[in-house]
Design a protein around this ligand. Structure first.
Ligand SMILES: [Zn+2]
Length: 170
């Protein structure tokens, strides 16, 4: 999107952060995840921020495995539509979140490909999706949340992601 200021940071309420970690811990050692909804702030000083206002979980029909998970897409689609309507069409699809129950919160090759696919998927209407990963490296009791988006690159063969600053609000 030429002329659109780049993303500066991602904002998240503490309660949404806690919800992600509670779901992550309850499913570990299996993966889980869902959808992020929210809005962009008005550009300031050449950047825009993203505010995550609503969280959607995996859904009752999701399949959880150790290294992958398949969401209940039909259930999620209904939830997305409901939140969008109730918010007065301000809370929109921003991207996905998922867990790495036994790994660092860093996008895998598969994750990068997923981001690339979402950015090209017309119905999602989200040309610059973000991905939030909750990671729990082996031997660590502490989960870590990190946000990523696609990075414009001169290389056409490799998808690159960039880490975005993640801030918590009350
Ligand atoms: Zn992943």
């Amino acid at each position: 999107m030429p002329g659109t200021p780049p993303l500066g940071a991602v904002w998240l309420s503490r309660s949404i952060g806690s919800e992600i970690l509670a779901e992550a811990k309850s499913r570990a050692p299996l993966e889980t995840g869902g959808i992020l909804m929210g809005y962009y702030t008005v550009p300031q000083n050449g950047t825009r921020n993203l505010v995550i206002s609503d969280l959607i979980g995996p859904g009752p029909g999701a399949v959880h495995r150790r290294l992958t998970f398949e969401p209940d897409s039909e259930w999620q689609t209904h939830r997305v539509a409901g939140i969008y309507a109730r918010s007065g069409r301000t809370s929109k699809y921003l991207g996905d979140w998922h867990t790495h129950p036994q790994g660092h919160p860093i996008p895998s090759t598969r994750d990068k490909n997923t981001l690339e696919l979402i950015s090209r998927y017309e119905p999602a209407r989200c040309p610059e999706p973000i991905m939030l990963i909750a990671g729990n490296p082996l031997g660590s009791a502490k989960w870590e949340l990190r946000a990523f988006n696609l990075q414009c690159s001169t290389s056409l063969t490799q998808t690159r992601t960039a880490s975005l600053p993640l801030y918590f609000s009350d």
